[in-house]
Design a protein around this ligand. Structure first.
Ligand code: NAD
Length: 785
């Protein structure tokens, strides 16, 4: 007896706390399924000990008290809760009570009972709202609160798009209180969470919390921006009856402009109710909004009145619940998986638990930021959510249940598959033309070419048309080659023998020979193609071309420091870091070495690109170091005054002040006082020199070229080569290619269809070449088209 009493008191205290968090704060700490279990335990204990029931027990009350921040509203007709059924037997029991209550014949196992008419509606998972219309005009919106007293949320309710501010048509009762659910669609919820994440705001665990949190805002502007919807399911206070059935009422309300459920149906007898439940259950995942069950109501209003109410629920309605989508379980461990792109993602290993009918033992954690956002530790009790077909997710930690020996989640330093370094991706923020690097959410294994997890994708990319262009090697064949252990790196492709492939699925003698000759033919790739084929993260075809054109050799690309790479057009620090880490990885280096051993001859290698050499000035170099408060102008002044990096380092205060105002001068000195900054600048400068650059004669490389200092213009259509190719060729000879003709233009190449630019060139008496003459000119300089 005392044990029961103690447990009852314990459960009441706990449920009160959960009710407050759920109904008042919109921040439940346990899933509904767990709440329902506690609630049913209390109900069962109270049923066995009826003398212990008190009026303040959660089993006797609805919801929780209204939040004092809102004005309170008294409900003339109480807003009640609903009885719950989880099993078919509970539903049959409900039907029996209804039938008996209405003095109708009750059936037995063989049927024979009266078929009561029930309305069937989905049970939307949002929050109950009362809308009061006076003479057809919306005058008040209120939450349910504790059922008797709710909160006045009129301003917020008015922002919900599908709530009519004025009823349509005529004939409505002078006083009409409409009741229904405010909810958020699944898509709206996803959108809201995504945008909250973007602005660093609070995300919501599920659409219900999102809807409740959005509607009960003190600032209605926030509510207005949230994708809330309303669905009407009943009426409260009315000055005159509308129809004599529940469905009749709803249909009439719809005529007056109220949104009602598209799934509203009439069932004759309990079996049809159960059919409805099964049907909606099967379609649950496909619905645009979340439902946690279906609600059955005795359709006849007269019968409803006859049946009346119990403490917290009507006798004429019941919620038949679906299996919960959220459950509690324990986080046993966090393991790390390496994806096809090298992303290293944490995966939660869970104590197996049934969620919506399926046993869940793993859940995705997305990335380490998500782990941090959840505040997750190994050993924690967590809420798991399985919404439809979506992969189960950990949505919340139940902090109250954290054990003393909980351990933090740590990202491994080495890739669990290949042992390469695991690095955090860099994110670059640009503001006022400056770049600052911060840490990204994703960790990546840098062993792109050698990591088993990434191998298939790396090879598929390597052989693709725009990369090494090895025809006859489709995705399926690559998978087979990898699975059979014949290919462990791209280099292994070049060691394949006829006997290795002829027995593979889909290969015969002819196709095997074809493949071998395609592999052989791919041995002389252009530098850009080869770089692209390596599949460096963030390095697409364009960036590969820029790298090839600017640095001119694989060796320079492999060595280039991030700061040197940022000189290239369109290469930011983020990409520069990716390229650098890729080539620093010993596994990747080995694969490249192995490829070259197979007699791979990379074409188009030679000098540093003219454009690149010309763009590399000391002023630009200093600017790219991003010295605080020193912009491009300041950097150029330093360059003009000191002529070299060494000169800047050696400058005394007076010298520095001659070049720059005090604040900037200070900043330069402080910047270079940090050893890392100095070393970084020195290393980058040294590399540029090793690559053949000299500050003192910045344009030297270009100056050595035949067209150095000349500006050319291309106009009209070229037939033997594209404009881009023509531009590349001219630039490789040291010319600048401009878009418009002026007196400073040296020469205009005019193809057929040339118009105003050609006319202007003639007017100015400039040299003009047609395409044929241009090709001849190029060939004289050793460039063949
Ligand atoms: P309920 O949600 O089970 O059912 C009543 C409510 O259903 C109504 O107020 C209405 O808002 C809604 N509803 C949706 N569609 C409807 C329809 N077609 N017709 C009528 N009503 C419809 O009961 P409740 O008293 O609102 O809340 C109890 C529920 O809240 C429990 O299921 C419990 O799991 C959950 N809860 C959870 C916590 C927690 O900490 N996780 C705390 C308190 C309550």
């Amino acid at each position: 007896m005392t044990a029961a009493k103690n447990r009852i008191l314990e459960l009441r205290a706990e449920l009160d706390q959960h009710n407050y968090r759920y109904h008042v704060l919109d921040e439940p700490s346990i899933p509904d399924a767990e709440y329902d279990r506690l609630f049913h335990e209390l109900k069962a204990l109270e049923a066995a000990n009826p003398e212990l029931i008190t009026s303040d027990s959660p089993t006797q009350r609805v919801g929780s008290a209204a939040l004092s921040a809102f004005t309170q509203v008294r409900h003339e007709v109480p807003m009640l809760s609903l009885g719950n059924a989880f099993e078919e037997t509970d539903m049959r029991e409900f039907d029996r009570r209804v039938t008996e209550g209405l003095d109708l014949p009750v059936g037995d196992l063989f049927g024979g009972g009266a078929a009561v008419e029930y309305s069937c509606e989905p049970k939307l998972d949002g929050l109950a709202v009362s809308l009061l219309y006076q003479d057809g005009v919306l005058v008040r919106g209120a939450t349910r609160g504790d059922g008797t007293t709710g909160e006045d949320i009129s301003v917020n309710v008015r922002t919900v798009r599908n709530i009519p501010l004025k009823l349509h048509g005529t004939g409505w009762p002078a006083t009409l209180e409409v009741r229904g659910e405010v909810f958020m669609s699944k898509a709206g919820f996803e959108r809201l969470n995504a945008s909250q994440l973007e602005v660093g705001g609070k995300t919501f665990a599920n659409p219900r919390n999102a809807a409740a949190g959005s509607l009960r805002q003190l600032d209605s502007k926030i509510t207005a921006n949230r994708p809330l919807e309303f669905c009407c399911y009943g009426i409260g206070q009315i000055s005159a009856d509308i129809a004599d059935t529940h469905i009749g009422n709803l249909k009439q309300l719809q005529v007056w402009g109220m949104p009602i459920s598209h799934e509203l149906k009439l069932a004759h007898g309990i079996d049809e109710c159960l059919d409805y439940y099964r049907d909606i259950g099967e379609r649950r995942n496909g619905l645009a909004y979340e439902i946690d069950g279906v609600v059955f109501k005795v359709n006849s209003i007269a019968s409803q009145r006859e049946l009346g109410f119990r403490a917290r629920e009507p006798r004429w309605a019941i919620a038949h619940k679906f299996p919960a989508m959220e459950e509690l379980t324990e986080l046993l461990d966090v393991e790390f998986q390496v994806g096809r792109t090298g992303a290293v993602t944490p995966v939660a290993r869970l104590k197996p638990v049934k969620v919506a009918g399926v046993t869940v033992a793993n859940a995705t954690l997305h990335n380490m930021d998500e782990v941090a956002r959840l505040g997750l530790m190994i050993g924690d009790t967590v809420i798991i959510r399985r919404a439809g077909d979506v992969i189960p997710q950990v949505v919340q930690v139940v902090l109250e249940r954290r054990p003393d020996n909980a351990r933090p989640v740590q990202i491994p330093e080495q890739c669990p598959v290949c042992g390469s370094q695991v690095e955090r991706t860099q994110l670059v923020k640009r503001s006022k033309g400056r770049e600052t690097v911060s840490e990204g959410a994703v960790y990546r294994c840098v062993g792109r070419l050698a990591c088993g997890a990434q191998l298939k994708q790396a090879i598929i990319h390597f052989v693709s048309r725009r990369a090494m262009d090895i025809e006859g090697l489709g995705d399926k064949s690559v998978e087979q080659l990898v699975d059979e252990g014949l290919v462990r790196s791209p280099a292994d492709l070049y060691a394949l023998k006829f006997d290795d492939i002829v027995d593979l699925e889909g290969f015969a003698e002819v196709s095997s020979n074809k493949l071998l000759s395609a592999i052989e033919d791919s041995k002389k790739p252009g530098l850009a193609r080869f770089i692209y084929a390596l599949g460096i993260p963030d390095v697409g075809e364009e960036t590969a071309k820029v790298l090839a054109r600017s640095l001119g050799s694989l060796e320079r690309v492999q060595q280039a420091l991030p700061h040197v790479l940022t000189y290239l057009p369109d290469v930011g620090l983020e990409v520069a870091h990716e390229i650098h880490s890729f080539f620093e990885d010993a596994h990747n280096q080995q694969v490249i070495e192995d490829l070259l051993k197979h007699d791979l001859q990379i074409q188009d290698q030679g000098k540093l690109g003219a454009e690149f050499a010309a763009s590399t000035t000391l002023g630009g170099f200093l600017d790219k170091l991003h010295i605080p408060s020193v912009g491009p102008g300041g950097a150029q002044k330093l360059a003009d005054r000191f002529g070299s990096l060494e000169g800047v380092f050696g400058a005394d205060w007076l010298d520095m002040r001659q070049a720059l105002p005090e604040k900037q001068a200070n900043s330069v000195r402080e910047f270079f006082a940090v050893e890392d900054n100095r070393l970084l600048a020195e290393a980058a400068e040294k590399q540029l020199r090793d690559f053949g650059m000299h500050w003192q004669s910045e344009k030297k490389v270009v100056e050595g070229l035949p067209l150095a200092g000349q500006t050319w213009v291309l106009t009209g259509s070229l037939e033997l080569m594209s404009r881009d190719v023509a531009k590349d060729k001219l630039e490789s000879l040291g010319a600048k290619v401009a878009g418009s003709v002026s007196a400073k233009t040296h020469c205009v190449v005019a193809g057929p269809g040339a118009g105003s630019k050609l006319a202007k060139a003639n007017e100015l008496g400039l040299k003009v070449l047609d395409e044929e003459a241009f090709v001849e000119f190029l060939s004289k300089h050793g460039i063949l088209v």
